[in-house]
Design a protein around this ligand. Sequence first.
Ligand SMILES: *Cc1c(COP(=O)(O)O)cnc(C)c1O
Length: 388
Amino acid sequence: MKTRLETLILEKIKKVIKHNGIYVPLHHPMFNGNEKRYLIECVESNFVSSVGEFVDRFEKMLEEFTGAKKAVLCVNGTAALHISLKVIGVELGDEVLVPAMTFVATANAVSYCGAIPHFVDIEEKTLGVDPKKLEVYLEEIAEIRENNECVNKATRRRIKAILPMHTFGHPVNMDRLNEVCKKYNIVVIEDAAESLGSLYKGIHTGRLGRLGVFSFNGNKIVTTGGGGAVITDDEDLAVLLKHLTTTAKVPHPWEFYHDRIGYNYRMPALNAALGCAQMEKLPEFIEKKRSLAKRYAEAFSDLEGVRFFTEPDFARSNYWLNTLILDKRWAHLRDEILKLTNENGIMTRPVWTLLHKLPMYRHCPKMDLDCAEDLTSRIINIPSSADL
Ligand SMILES: *Cc1c(COP(=O)(O)O)cnc(C)c1O
């Protein structure tokens, strides 16, 4: 008798992670380095808030690791996205292109600026923005004004920026995307929240656009409890980012003078202390996650009906979340597979509800989202912690 696909998938996962019956989360943090030591140091220094050695040190470590000229720490990835949109001049009534398949924070950050997310489709090869489809779409709906601004012909609103997101750590086809965006004068801000440690043609993700944003939330490859960062090679933008995240206070030995409406978005030193310890471990996390992905890829290579997602040839991915993609004919089995694995102590998850399906984003402009709609019913994330 033919064994059902659900069971075969469950067995494959169990074998790869050598499941011993104990519940396996999708992704759990690992604190086996200097985390406790640095936290104690931080507490004993009294500088637990946003001034302190650890904040500067963590920023330096991010600059060294990514190769970016500047890193500016934030309270979380969402705040980092918001402030990035602010500093490049996204304003009330602008449109910002956002992939339909991303975490809700990407679109929320656009809304915080009073701007409108405009949803674009993804491609199956990268799970990120499809640059070719975007180009065809912009040719149809956009025009360039004399002042060089890109305008949506239907809404008459300015299309100021795009937020390509490196889904589950896998890089978007950035060269192609940058070409299209250059042609239309659209600023590229990478939502690299999931891709710390992922390279595109040898360059760290987050360095391929004007700005790149990371998250250090509890489920990310490196965590500070909560936290985020913006990286950039533009030193003037970095100065502005730092200024705006620290209440726009003009430095002075005693005066409180603020020259515009700023934000309290600076990461506290307590979180940065964790970040320093986690960064020391990052190369090891990446190696371990890549080797887990390799084991999954091998295990699933002979199973018909499902494919283990592997990095495109231009990428070196951190494999933050491992991903199975069901063949179209088995899409109806997705929920069965989710049910069976979760009931057997193996946490698996579907991808996010597409953003244009959420009540607050239902009426936003969008292109046809065929690929995203098709893929949502076929994606399953499987356990991905570095120690598996
Ligand atoms: C985690 C994440 C964020 C933002 O994260 P915070 O929880 O605010 O740190 C933004 N975009 C994507 C795609 C993410 O996965």
